[in-house]
Design a protein around this ligand. Structure first.
Ligand code: SDX
Length: 434
């Protein structure tokens, strides 16, 4: 078959009249990219894109998002289908290895994860160093980074088997560490993982079980938790995933890289938004105050933003928000919980989506808008919401990290800048300074 002609883009410097041919690369689906890797060498100029609104940082085969159409695919499978028909272990296998597992692969993967859920007993002592009222994300940053102090046998990032063991350990131990973080905050004893429970059931058991009596996991809650884990698992090159990739590009060990992702996710503009949504709904309190807060959200002089709304990529409904909105009703009905915040959230969504400010800017509810209401109904405090996001996103982070390490040309990520500071000047002794 004739070689496909490489398409190019011509860049002309109008000052010098010089033109440059830049290669245009095309993926499977989605926007093409202009390859600017040679730009500085040819032109002596950098590109400039401070918050990476138009920058492709890597090639990836894991997740595809079409923000205009509200499409999210993991290894080609739609998030709607995965949420409705799959489970978190299957989705984790697909993210990590490239496809949904067959029965044998599934059973092997589940066994690998199950038998890595316990943490070294010494890890318990890290918790004793934190105040009981420490933010759970502060604790998670610490204890996850500390794992690299324990697993010296799986820190060699160039060894495929060690990379795989680290990935299994991280996916398996995150729920255990998260549950320990929650238990520590409420002064209850840690619960050891159980190998007879599914991933989601085990997490709920470790969070809400107590040694004093048996704990039966509610299957509806386990199903909702599994769905929440699926919906938060990966999301292309978002801020925390890009942080993990950048940390990984320095050849840091996988535990340190995941800890850097946790730190980035904590921000209220990112994964911390699920906690901020509930705090916002509590602040609004009543439907009658929605107009007041919408006005504040539009006021450039007011730092208030409508939390759980807007997205850098989605300029349509975040498909995950739609699934979570449905799950909200199912979980609250099952629990017989009437959370006025759900009614408030739905009214807020309705009014905002009729308001030109939000419509013109294509600001729709995102994944964080409804998730907190479900988690609150399950019994989690708002401070634990972003921890749950991190538990799920760990498989996305480690899959993206693995994909990067396995690229033939791993190079350290090192962006440049547009320098606007002082030009060269001589040192002035303090006696001569004004
Ligand atoms: C996640 O990237 C990912 O994929 C992230 C994530 C994932 O799975 O990894 O999807 C998870 O982080 C979801 C987003 C959670 N964050 C929030 O809900 C916080 C509230 N949202 C905003 O902070 C904001 O929408 C961001 C941070 C999500 C996106 O910011 P952008 O892309 O930089 O958009 P922007 O700030 O340039 O906004 C464009 C305009 C601005 O107005 P103008 O200057 O054009 O007049 O929209 C306005 C903004 O002021 N705007 C909002 C708003 N979000 C944007 N105005 C009010 N309320 C908001 N929520």
């Amino acid at each position: 078959m004739a070689e496909k002609k490489q398409s190019t883009m011509t860049l002309t410097d109008n000052d010098s009249g010089q033109s440059y041919e830049l290669p245009v690369l095309e993926g499977t689906i989605g926007p093409k990219v202009v390859d600017v890797r040679g730009l500085y060498g040819e032109t002596g100029m950098f590109t400039f894109d401070p918050s990476f609104t138009a920058t492709g940082s890597c090639k990836s085969r894991i997740t595809y998002i079409d923000g205009e159409k509200g499409i999210l695919l993991h290894r080609g499978y739609s998030i709607e289908e995965l949420a409705a028909k799959s489970n978190f272990m299957e989705v984790s296998h697909a993210l990590l290895y490239g496809d949904l597992p067959n029965k044998k692969e599934y059973d092997q993967f589940v066994e690998n994860i199950t038998y890595h859920t316990m943490v070294h007993e010494q890890v318990n002592y890290f918790y004793r160093g934190f105040r009981r009222d420490a933010h759970p994300m502060a604790v998670m940053c610490g204890v996850v980074a500390a794992l690299s102090a324990f697993y010296h046998d799986s820190l060699d990032i160039w060894d495929e088997r060690q990379r795989e063991i680290s990935a299994h350990r991280l996916i398996a131990k995150m729920p255990t560490l998260a549950a320990m973080t929650y238990k520590y905050s409420i002064g209850q004893p840690f619960m050891y993982p159980r190998n007879d429970l599914s991933y989601a059931e085990n997490f709920l058991y470790m969070c809400f079980g107590v040694p004093a009596e048996p704990y039966e996991v509610n299957p509806v809650l386990a199903d909702a938790m599994d769905k929440i884990l699926i919906l938060h698992a990966d999301h292309e090159q978002n801020a925390s995933t890009s942080t993990v990739r950048l940390a990984g590009s320095s050849q840091a060990n996988p535990f340190a890289c995941i800890a850097s992702g946790i730190a980035c996710l904590w921000g209220p503009a990112h994964g911390g938004a699920n906690q901020a949504v509930l705090e916002m709904l509590d602040q609004i309190g009543d439907k009658s105050r929605i107009p007041e807060f919408l006005e504040r959200a539009k006021d450039k002089d007011d730092p208030f933003r409508l939390m759980g709304f807007g997205h850098r990529v989605y300029k349509n409904f975040d498909p995950r928000a739609a699934v979570l909105k449905d799950s909200c009703h199912a979980v609250l009905k099952e629990l017989g919980v009437k959370d006025p915040r759900l009614e408030l959230a739905m009214e807020l969504e309705k009014i905002a989506l009729e308001d030109p400010y939000f419509v013109d800017r294509k600001l729709f509810p995102n994944v964080d808008f409804y998730s907190g209401i479900i988690l609150s109904a399950m019994g989690f405090p708002t401070s634990m919401f972003t921890v749950l996001f991190a538990v799920s996103r760990t498989v996305g982070w480690i899959s993206q990290w693995k994909e990067m390490i396995e690229e033939s040309s791993l190079r350290i990520g090192r962006p440049r800048q547009l320098y606007t500071g002082a030009g060269p000047r001589k040192y002035v002794p303090i006696s001569k300074r004004k």
